[in-house]
Design a protein around this ligand. Sequence first.
Ligand SMILES: [Zn+2]
Length: 267
Amino acid sequence: MPELPEVETIRRQLAPRLHARRIQDAHSHPSEKFTPAVAAIDSTIQGVNRKGKYLIVPLCDGRELIIHLGMTGSLTLVSQPPDDDPYIRAWWQLDGDETLAYRDVRRFGRIRCGPAGQYDTIPTLAAQGPDALSPDFTAEALYQALRRSRRRIPTQLLSQKPVAGIGNIYGTEALWMAGIHPAKRQISRSAAAKLHTALVQVLEAGLAHGGTTLRDYRNADGGEGSHQRALACYGRSGQPCLRCAAPLQHRTYDARTLTFCPQCQPR
Ligand SMILES: [Zn+2]
């Protein structure tokens, strides 16, 4: 699933190329998850922003196009509206003969178009915490947010409520780096500070590598990220911990399988 580094990589590629482009035509798959794409016809794009894993495209008429890539979504700029790819769920034809194509094999993504800043039809976006790379995301804010819930720490991170942009890959890496067992429900202020540092570090490393491509993720040019080669814990169950050489283990918590080091992340 695209997390903050993957979505931010796409945003950085698209922002300069979509700025001031007029949407001349649009098309969508019949599912109501994607039909709002066509509401943006005849609008001009003012930029490309991001909140957590959501791409937010402000339009000249005070509305925003909101795109979530779900599990397998990607956005690419191509020369022609694609007609031979069954997984294209929406496309927007821009002036200057380029098309922004939204491809999503498993259809867990979503597109919305509505007044800027009104997210009541997108509860996950409305309720999410500060973006993990914003100045509002501090160690103290993370500690206070995690204290308010009795749910397991990884479950809280994946809810996007304490901080926005984390999924299974970078969450697993950060818990390993901070030495926090994935079954923990409460952590100390100093452990929260370590987790904060780890989250920012793993996200910035992922971003520097252009994201993680395990299977589906592609950037806006159709290229792959390279952070999969730098993962220390995610996907390495059974292999030796890079810090202590103990075999990494995996276990299922709250319906998600998480990998951890039984020595570096004591329960
Ligand atoms: Zn270890």
